[in-house]
Design a protein around this ligand. Structure first.
Ligand SMILES: Cc1cc2nc3c(=O)[nH]c(=O)nc-3n(C[C@H](O)[C@H](O)[C@H](O)COP(=O)(O)O)c2cc1C
Length: 322
């Protein structure tokens, strides 16, 4: 359990925001395997205000997809506030997260995302405006530095967020320059934890229950977010929570993996609103997440790349061992 502002959340293991991956079908599959809290994918504030179809699709949800957090990307306090209010009109979120971690070139060029740890004045203004105006808690997702690891920069940014009204921080232990690879700096996440008194969630290489425990042990964080570790492993958030409570972790065999993949594809077909021409590509991507680490997996992945319909994919899955 963790308290974020006024909200009590019944787990310390959250499913991370993953643009292009953590859609409704992914979240429902994770929830079916025991995940208790998820994020929407990030939503660009401007895009939401102007009703762009992509952002409206991102916020598609159903009753079972709850509790959930929203995440906005942007810099201008007024635009972010308008987008947040629009989001709150349409969906029931436990809190609103501000993405100050996105390392993508076109985002940082606009001085949004990860750039904001560089610009404490703009960051403070933004968080103050949102936390002072919204009826839900506001949180911030940060990285441990911009061009390089920088203890002073990240702890100052974290304190500025707290002073401006943020109710929790999600800290990815890599810099903007590192993108998604390279070492995770646990000591800098720990430095953030020591600098503020709001809850801190660690992010980075939370791929297994053991690596999640390492995150808790080395950073003293209040919770973790599971990102790539949940792709094709929808049971991972529950396995982590169980492991942290000292419970036994069930082994997932190939048969169960195939079942999970089929469930995910059923949700995908039911809920994903994308053009038919790109549906097959998406389904291949989902299948590849699940079909890793077994004998013959390279051959199965090769075959997945050649399928051209759901039916073909299904018969391929059924033909695999297990
Ligand atoms: C494909 C992909 C999409 C992501 N999308 C988002 C996003 O929308 N918002 C966000 O804050 N972080 C996003 N992230 C970052 C993750 O939430 C997480 O912080 C990062 O992957 C580190 O965790 P991991 O090493 O356990 O995967 C994304 C990461 C990946 C790989």
């Amino acid at each position: 359990m963790v308290k974020i502002g006024s909200k009590i959340i019944d787990t310390t293991v959250f499913v991370a925001p993953l643009a292009g991956c953590s859609d409704l079908s992914f979240r429902l599959t994770c929830r079916e395997y025991g995940a208790k809290f998820c994020f929407f994918e990030m939503i660009d504030a401007n895009s939401l205000i102007y009703n762009r179809i992509r952002s409206l699709r991102i916020i598609r949800t159903i009753e079972e997809d709850s509790p959930i957090a929203g995440q906005l990307l942007g810099r201008d306090p007024q635009i972010m506030l308008e987008a947040a209010l629009k989001l709150l009109e349409q969906v029931n979120i436990s809190f609103l997260d501000v993405n100050c971690a996105c390392p993508v070139k076109k985002v940082v060029k606009k001085k949004s995302g990860a750039y904001l740890v560089n610009d404490i004045e703009a960051l403070s203004k933004l968080i103050k405006k949102l936390s002072g105006s919204l009826p839900v808690p506001v949180t911030v997702k940060l990285r441990v530095g911009y061009l390089e690891k920088n203890k002073r920069q990240i702890t100052d940014a974290a304190k500025a967020c707290e002073d401006s009204g943020a109710s929790a921080l999600f800290v990815h232990g890599r810099t903007k320059t590192q993108m998604y690879s390279g070492d995770v700096d646990y000591s800098l996440i720990r430095a953030v934890k020591e600098a503020v008194s709001i809850p801190i969630f660690g992010s980075g290489n939370v791929f297994t229950p053991q690596l999640a425990k390492k995150m808790f042990d080395e950073t003293n964080c209040d919770g973790v977010i599971v990102a790539r570790g949940a792709l094709g492993r929808p049971w991972m958030p529950k396995h982590i929570a169980d492991y942290m409570e000292g419970k036994n972790i069930e082994t997932i065999d190939m048969k169960e993996r195939k079942e999970a993949l089929k469930k995910h594809l059923v949700y995908f077909r039911k809920y994903k609103e994308v053009k038919d021409s790109i549906k097959v590509g998406f389904m291949r991507k989902i299948a590849i997440w699940y079909l890793r680490d077994f004998a013959e997996c390279a051959r199965a992945r090769g075959a997945i790349c050649r399928i051209s319909s759901y039916e073909e994919l299904l018969s391929l899955i059924n033909s695999l061992p297990g």
